[in-house]
Write a protein that binds this ligand. Structure first.
Ligand code: SF4
Length: 731
């Protein structure tokens, strides 16, 4: 068998003695015709901070397995359960393999196969007609269905920029926390994930890494084995919280108050690194005045936790750093899906500078490593192609308010009504907030909708034209990460199934049909990948696409302790406790607490009808709505559940396993009650995101979420929701 194994493009890593590894070149100069088995270097494309390096085994042109690359230190040979099923997903019998046009009502999901020629002719004709009136009536809608720089926003954005379409504000996940974090630290970067195993204290704040940041969790467990203390800060006793030594179950939306309380205690007890504060921070005296009001009693009341827990947490954090041990925070995006989400991330990002935790490579904080990469959006997306039409200034639509915006008529303030929407890498009918309005918008008969997809999702059901897109095994891509510091190549492992095409090819073909002859539309996917990163930047000097394709991955050249001696990429070059930029943006320049829109304390009238807070974090076996239609994974999750505290269930006569109706002023959904003390009292948890059509009642948690936006970053407030729950009436 060895003689007929061809390691496609391989410079494969051999693992020795289970721990050490060397990279050895495997000869590749063997005719493919002679060979039947190949191993291809690839990258996981999903919206997950781990961005795993994968090895795909292909036999006789068919992918038979995907596995984690054992030579890539972050992946360490392990993929999560979801992506281990990628072959099942790729060859799923329900893959969309041909272009289709709608033959039923919108939302009904009835389609007939058409040729690519007819599909492109129809789309180009519709877009040209609309563009003659006002090209801003055309809207792209996309997010992180793939995180690849090539199949994401490269050729697609070139197309929409050249067309002069409305721009999309891509806010649905991370912009609140990212904005707040950057006001304090200057960029989305921080502690290297690979360093966490050396930490002595890790605050796992606002996330459930067992489900959604698995490879960080492996490092955290290693740290625990070496004696570190792990603290979970989360309203819900998640799989992660169960495995930490301490769990602080604060009320949703109060993380910023908890951070203010920790700062108060660090200052009260002088658990500070004065030298670090003097040299590398801005605004300490103003911060001191601000947090003086955040007494332990006030914080405990605001967060709904015992004062002793706050004292324990602050003391643990401050004392660990004072001993010279690395104290690290892994902040996740869960905590910023509330009204004050930006401020929460900003406040937490202040903590390492107060105690000098940045001095150690394994200290500090990480929300995202995204800005460690010198990306080149100007080259990839070519905003310079946009028409310069003074009569039609560029118009931007926020993806988080798509429900309202699809229903908005033309007006001077809004601009033209949206007449066409092109959806790729996203499933807005299931994932956007206030879902009933989103579906109502997509159901408009006068809206021309094109969807590029792998499967017939809830959004596809509303399409006029459906285009079959390739999966990660069928196309070329290049990946940055928002969790680690590697660039990862994705080589195509198999030929496209059916008539599927990569997004890039679809937009190239559309550009040609529209008569766009700019040379950039001739760039191949390899050309695009080669443009993804700036090689003049010190982090990526050794980036070379042809070499990366062979080797699979490379680590950025980022210093191990990036802010050990300050050098924050803020306007002042310091960690900004006080931010002039925030003041200019109309925000409080100092850390503050912004209460949720919907909570018992901040909205007592609303809470009379809807007294329970609801959050909807990811199911372990789903990734947003990806994988919900993979039978083996959906079977593991069973059906939509609602976790509810014993006391709240008892007060409503709800028993474990009962079907319950969850409702508020925006909508309702059915779920099976799971009664326990995992959610704190007053909280219900609807693990998500189910395809609506695969739920028994055709609904999911986004029926209940609102389109109100965060304090910063114009992001949605998915976890800022009040609901009521009752036993469902038998039908
Ligand atoms: S979803 Fe995350 S953990 Fe799973 S394979 Fe992809 S990058 Fe790795």
């Amino acid at each position: 068998m060895a003689a007929n194994i061809w390691y496609g493009l391989c410079n494969i890593t051999l693992t020795l003695s289970g721990r050490k590894s060397v990279r050895a070149l495997i000869p590749t100069f063997v005719s493919e015709l002679q060979m039947s088995t190949r191993v291809i270097r690839a990258a996981c494309p999903h919206d997950c901070p781990d961005t795993c390096a994968m090895l795909v085994t292909v036999i006789d042109g068919k992918a038979v397995s995907v596995r984690g690359d054992p030579g890539h230190s972050n992946t360490a040979g392990v993929l999560c359960t979801k992506v281990s099923r990628y072959v099942e997903r790729t060859y799923h019998p329900e893959r969309i393999l041909y272009p289709m046009k709608r033959v039923g009502r919108k939302g009904e999901g009835k389609f007939a196969r058409i040729s690519w020629d007819e599909a492109l002719f129809t789309i180009a004709g519709q877009l040209q007609k609309i563009a003659q009136r006002d090209s801003r009536a055309i809207l792209p809608y996309s997010y992180a269905g793939t995180m690849g720089a090539v199949q994401g926003e490269s050729m697609a954005m070139r197309f929409f920029n050249r067309l002069g379409a409305s721009q999309l504000d891509r806010t649905i996940c991370a912009t609140a926390g990212g904005t707040g974090y950057k006001y304090t630290i200057g960029a989305k970067m921080g502690t290297d994930t690979e360093q966490y195993e050396n930490a002595k204290l890790i605050l796992v704040w606002g996330g459930n890494p067992v489900a959604s940041n698995l490879h960080f969790w492996v490092k955290a467990q290693e740290a625990k084995r070496r004696g570190a203390v792990l603290v979970a800060i989360d309203p819900y006793r998640s799989l992660t919280a169960e495995k930490c030594q301490h769990h602080i179950a604060l009320l949703p939306g109060t993380d910023s108050a908890l951070a203010l309380g920790i700062m108060h205690l660090l200052i009260r007890d002088d658990l500070l690194d004065h030298d670090y504060i003097d040299r590398y921070t801005l605004g300490f005296e103003a911060l001191k005045d601000r947090v003086a009001a955040w007494t332990p009693q006030r914080v405990a009341e605001t967060c709904g936790i015992p004062e002793e827990q706050l004292e324990m947490l602050a003391s643990l954090y401050g004392e660990t750093a004072r001993r010279g041990d690395p104290a690290a925070i892994r902040m996740s995006y869960g905590l910023q899906r509330v009204r004050g989400g930006g401020m929460a991330a900003r406040n937490i990002a202040c903590l390492p500078a107060l105690v000098g935790a940045w001095r150690h490579p394994a200290g500090g904080v990480l929300l995202s490593s995204g800005d460690s990469y010198p990306k080149q959006p100007m080259q990839m997306e070519r905003p310079d192609l946009r028409p310069n039409d003074a009569a039609r200034p560029a118009r931007t639509i926020n993806m988080s308010t798509i429900g309202d915006d699809l229903l908005r008529p033309a007006s001077e303030e809004f601009g033209p009504q949206v007449e066409a929407i092109i959806v790729y890498n996203s499933n807005p009918v299931a994932v956007a907030p206030e879902s009933a309005k989103v579906a109502q918008g997509f159901a408009r008969d006068d809206l021309f909708t094109v969807v590029l997809e792998h499967f017939q999702t809830d959004t596809v059901d509303y399409a006029d034209i459906v285009l079959p897109a390739t999966t990660q095994l069928e196309h070329t891509d290049i990946h940055a990460s928002y969790g680690h510091q590697y660039i990862i190549a994705n080589n195509p492992a198999i030929l496209p199934l059916g008539e599927a095409k990569p997004n890039t090819e679809i937009f190239r073909l559309l550009a040609a049909r529209m008569g766009f002859s700019d040379p950039c539309f001739s760039d191949t996917d390899d050309d695009l990948a080669a443009q993804a990163f700036d090689t003049s930047h010190p982090h990526a000097r050794s980036f070379d696409w042809p070499r990366l394709k062979d080797e699979g991955w490379m680590k950025l050249d980022v210093p191990a302790a990036p802010f050990a001696q300050g050098g924050f990429p803020t306007p002042s070059g310091k960690c900004e406790f006080y931010s002039e930029a925030m003041l200019r943006a109309g925000l409080d320049p100092l850390p503050a607490y912004i209460p949720p829109y919907e909570s018992v304390a901040s909205a007592p009238e609303l809470a009379k009808d809807y007294p329970l807070a609801m959050i909807s974090p990811p199911q372990r076996n789903f990734l947003n709505t990806t994988f919900v239609n993979v039978q083996s994974l959906r079977a593991t999750e069973g059906e939509p559940h609602l976790d509810i505290h014993h006391d709240d269930a008892a007060a409503r006569g709800i028993a474990d396993g009962d079907q319950v109706r969850v409702f508020n002023q925006r909508g309702e959904m059915l779920a099976k009650a799971r009664v326990s003390d995992a959610p704190r009292k007053g909280l219900v948890v609807a693990l998500s995101i189910w395809w609506k059509k695969l739920a028994p009642d055709g609904r999911n948690a986004n029926e209940l979420t609102s389109q109100r936006l965060t304090d910063m970053g114009r992001a949605p407030t998915f976890y800022d929701v009040l609901v009521q729950v009752e036993r469902a009436q038998p039908s």
